[in-house]
Design a protein around this ligand. Sequence first.
Ligand code: KMT
Ligand code: NI
Length: 174
Amino acid sequence: MRAYYYDNSFQDPREAHELLPSVPVSLEQLEKVGVLYWRLEGEEGRCQLEDIATERSYKNRDVVTIAPGKLPNYEEKIKTFFEEHLHEDEEIRYILEGSGYFDIRDAEDKWVRIAMEAGDMIVLPAGIYHRFCSDTKNFIVAMRLFKEEPKWTAINRPADDNSYRVEYLKSIQV
Ligand code: KMT
Ligand code: NI
């Protein structure tokens, strides 16, 4: 995983969009906006995954492949993934194969790009504005974990009055 500020150019979002020079974002900075990250490699990593799932009550899971020809309505889906939105629950993803970008808004509302690859696990808190984008390889296999039944509702920005948004903003205040 590598996180950095997005360059905000309007080129193809599948490109890296790294500033020149790059402005990296640390794990500590991600934690301050409520984003959790683990590197889970190999067999030990899979055990850690089970521990995290138990501890955090992630009872359900599925696996999705996001690639042309693998995901029904691929073009449509990829467009909705990239629309800025929030959820009323955590977004939990463990990357099994391939790679892709999770973009999140920092406390100053700037885009941070989180480049994820196989073995990376991330939790985006309820209420954070974010979006997902494939990279130029157009291939990612991800495990999606859920506390209860899969809740798919994406609430597009603006959703500033949403109670989960309000709670989220309170939770990241110092
Ligand atoms: C989402 O909610 O944006 C997705 O499930 C797509 C990303 S999973 C690699
Ligand atoms: Ni989402």
